[in-house]
Design a protein around this ligand. Structure first.
Ligand code: AMP
Ligand code: MG
Length: 487
């Protein structure tokens, strides 16, 4: 009751703060559960993303700690938890859903795009199962920093609008400070959302969902002959492009379950993600990924596997004749490798400074990656050094072949350098630095590493004075680095 009164009291203070238009909560009740955030003890803002707030038509100063944790609901919010299912590490779970995330609603941004505003870590929902509905400070800071870094790199992603601490403890392996992240997304609709209705044979909801997704993300498909097949193609294209972008910056998502694949084509769920340092296609960071299912080099194959699960949910909408539907969808899914390879090759061509195309380019890129793997060369640092035309001893055999190929590329040396520096970042959120940043905040309440790192990562393609620490690979002692308060 006390909680309810507090919500009502703050409500009136925030009239028309956010201009909501909540299309998902207007969909039938089979698709979500209405639920309010749980009031917390002592909210404190860590960060407001002022530029993003403005993009959403929200006055940044109006974003209070109470709003950031869900203690106050801005007028027009229609809080819901979304239903979804999903394959987790290959095993199907028919009901997952937002167990600790609450969708406040949607706004139309300055570019006319519909965006979700969601609180992650705002308390239990009907989908919480055995979870506490909470988020710990470390993962909230990781998601804020890495998702914003991805955006600055030019990679489609959910965004971070706010981070706040709750003043309450959350219990994991240890006791940790609780926090809430306000996440912004084109939508939070996942492959697993389709699976939720398909497995229940709820074809009405499934069709409503598919049409909602077409309207929202791929409106041009409405006119096509088979819109739901076209939807599969569009999601496939978006995911192929996305995963190719990931591998071109050494990003490892870490938990590519079907419930963590957004049909919009944005990167979503920054739980165990990390960027690779030394180039090794078998790299895995997540301790729960025992068999390396989501290793760096497996990501395109997993994307295809997830898309096959999406295709299965769409079969009845693709064609009433199920045999025919399977045949059509299978052919589409089989085309993924080719679509992905096209994105991969065009991206890596740019990384080595080519604007022309030759048959031998694939082999040239592959032999570079082979040499980097053999030398355990740092992925980001090596490409950045190439972009600056530095001589790299580990690539002594490869560089002459590359230079010879460049002679047949039409760009000037200056243009090539500019191109290469615009696609080969100097700064990525290196894992040892992310860990150090989290330790400073969690153990010492010191957010300056978070602020400093975020500032550097906002301009990943520009050399920045005094930021060398962020550009360099970890030295072995740093791989096990620990910070201590007061030092
Ligand atoms: P994730 O591994 O973050 O993709 O989450 C998988 C599922 O577990 C989703 O349904 C989440 O909502 C749910 N979940 C994760 N953490 C919690 C938590 N602390 N409390 C309740 N549900 C959770
Ligand atoms: Mg998830």
């Amino acid at each position: 009751m006390a909680a309810y009164i507090r919500i009502m009291a703050t409500l009136s203070e925030n009239i028309a703060l956010i201009r909501f238009d909540n299309s998902y909560s207007r969909l039938p009740g089979s698709m979500h559960a209405r639920v309010a955030p749980t009031v917390v003890e002592a909210p404190r803002l860590i960060k407001v993303n002022r530029a993003l707030a403005r993009e959403l038509g929200i006055a940044p100063d109006a974003l209070t700690p109470e709003i950031a944790v869900g203690n106050a609901l801005p007028e027009g919010a229609s809080p819901i938890a979304q239903a979804y299912a999903g394959h987790q590490f290959g095993n199907f779970v028919p009901q997952l859903g937002d167990g600790r995330a609450i969708l406040l609603g949607e706004v139309i941004d300055a570019g006319g795009k519909r965006r979700d505003i969601q609180l992650k870590g705002a308390g239990p929902t009907p989908f919480s199962r055995r979870g506490d509905g909470r988020a710990a400070l470390g993962p909230v800071l990781r998601e804020y920093l890495v998702s914003e870094a991805m955006h600055a790199l030019g990679i489609p992603t959910t965004r971070a609008l706010m981070a706040a601490t709750t003043g309450e403890k959350v219990y994991r392996e240890t006791v940790l400070p609780g926090a809430v992240l306000t996440r912004v997304a084109a939508s939070h609709i996942r492959v697993g959302t389709f699976q939720f209705f398909a497995v229940r044979r709820d074809l009405d909801s499934l069709k409503l969902l598919a049409d909602h997704v077409i309207d929202r993300h791929y409106p041009h498909l409405k006119e096509s002959e088979r819109p739901h097949l076209a939807l599969l193609d569009a999601v496939m294209e978006a995911q192929a492009a996305l995963v190719a972008r990931w591998v071109q910056v050494g990003f490892i998502h870490g938990v590519m379950n079907t419930d963590n694949m957004a049909v919009s084509g944005e990167t979503i769920d920054y739980g165990p993600c990390a960027f690779m340092d030394a180039f090794d296609p078998a790299t895995v960071f997540s301790s729960i990924d025992e068999y390396g299912r989501y290793a760096y080099a497996n990501q395109p194959a997993i994307a295809q596997w997830n898309l096959a699960r999406l295709a299965e949910t769409l079969l009845t909408l693709i064609d009433p004749d199920s045999e025919k539907a399977v045949k059509i969808a299978t052919a589409r899914i089989e085309a993924f490798s080719e679509i992905y390879s096209r994105h991969w090759l065009s991206g890596f061509r740019r990384k080595i400074g080519l604007v022309s195309e030759e048959d031998g380019d694939l082999g040239l890129i592959q032999s570079l990656l082979d040499a980097m793997q053999l030398a355990r060369a740092d992925f980001t640092f090596t490409f950045r050094r190439l972009a600056k035309s530095e001589d790299i001893p580990e690539l002594a055999d490869w560089m002459p072949k590359w230079r010879e190929r460049l002679l047949r590329d039409p760009q000037s040396t200056e243009d090539r350098k500019a191109l290469m520096q615009s696609v080969n970042p100097a700064y990525i959120p290196r894992n040892h630095m992310v860990e150090e940043m989290i330790a400073a905040a969690v153990e010492c309440g010191d957010y300056s590493p978070f602020e400093n790192m975020l500032a550097v990562l906002m301009r990943p393609y520009e050399d920045q004075p005094d930021a060398a620490r962020y550009a360099e690979p970890p030295v072995p002692s740093e791989e096990a680095y620990r910070t201590f308060c007061g030092t």
